[in-house]
Design a protein around this ligand. Sequence first.
Ligand SMILES: Nc1ncnc2c1ncn2[C@@H]1O[C@H](COP(=O)(O)OP(=O)(O)OP(=O)(O)O)[C@@H](O)[C@H]1O
Ligand SMILES: [Mg+2]
Length: 410
Amino acid sequence: MTRPAAFSRPGLLRTLAVLVALMLMGVAIWLEAGGTLIGLAMLNLVLMVGLVRPRSRTPSPPPLRIAGHEASPEFRQALDALPSPTILTDRRAVVVYANPASTTAFPGLRAGFPLSAAMRDPDLLAALERVQKGEREATIELIERVPLERSFSVTIRRMEGDDVVLVSLTDTTKARQVERMRADFVANASHELRTPLASILGFVETLQGPAKADEAARTRFLDIVATQARRMTRLINDLLSLSRLEMNAHIRPSERVDLRPLVLHLFDVLGGLASERGVRLEHDFEEGAELAVTGDRDELMRLVENLIENAIKYGGSGGRVDAQLRREGHEIFLSIRDFGPGIAPEHIPRLTERFYRVNTEESRVQGGTGLGLAICKHIVTRHRGRLEIESPGQAGTVTRIVLPAYKIDQ
Ligand SMILES: Nc1ncnc2c1ncn2[C@@H]1O[C@H](COP(=O)(O)OP(=O)(O)OP(=O)(O)O)[C@@H](O)[C@H]1O
Ligand SMILES: [Mg+2]
């Protein structure tokens, strides 16, 4: 029950102040005391009215009425607190209530306005109509592509014996993305395997038939078959490493691995490829610094090998690849820099996706699977580090890994 303003606490005090002021003025006139008492009365009036200003009240929401009954404040609070968008409409699909999660997702939703004013999806409106006409429940997938791609699973349900329809939404954006990534991954992996397999089968058939007696062709074709089979083996090994890394993502490696000898060892391993491409391998290691990290030696080897190999394969035209190692506080920075054509900015955020290649043909020719940087990212994540790729002004590429330095007491 609401009380008239004069009987609320501030209202009462104000009424009292006016009465006291009037009394003081009356006494002043009666006693002919003149200025002093009238002055006091005015002061009292000003002070009381000024001090007892009504407290600014936040506008309380209109009462929520469901099927003619006013819902309790607790019920409303519970609806407000629901993390998923929840809307109540009447039988004519006019919004009766929309919780904060729903107005955040669909800012146009307002009590008293038709739901269709804020949510125009034809499937949703058709389902709502079916429920209005008597169907008990309907579920639809709401997919929006602009301005951002997002999706919801929407359940529309008529409440028992009521005129109220409950529209509840579950955000399925993330789940759909994961599902799409899984489907893409399977499609990519099969495609990558199918190409060398088709080539192997083609050559085997040629060797069984037309080239049966051709000695020279046999040697050449068998070489190709061996190369393709090696490519498939590599792809399968990469896929296995990825799934192993995913499985062990939460186990933190603990070995002490000095990055200085590791980089130098990889320079030896990749020296042949570098000289084949006319690339000079150079290093710049911070002197006197402890450059060991906490890690898994084999994984770190794999990581750094792919970065140096990429620099030689894709940036080799610059004639030089630099490895720089330095320490900053508790972090070790390893930067591999090449002076090749660089990478256009739109590709950079996608390089660590599985099978993503700037130039698929070039990578295939180089024997790449497009899984290298995806594996690198997993390794760095397992080591609680960061992987950064930069190509300032597309003048070469810098790939940097930042890893936690080895601590003796760990
Ligand atoms: N230093 C670089 N300069 C220019 N492009 C690069 C460089 N490093 C990587 N890239 C681009 O990023 C793509 C992805 O690299 P990633 O190492 O993941 O795969 P890959 O080298 O093609 O195959 P894999 O590593 O399995 O042999 C490459 O195909 C190449 O287009
Ligand atoms: Mg690579």
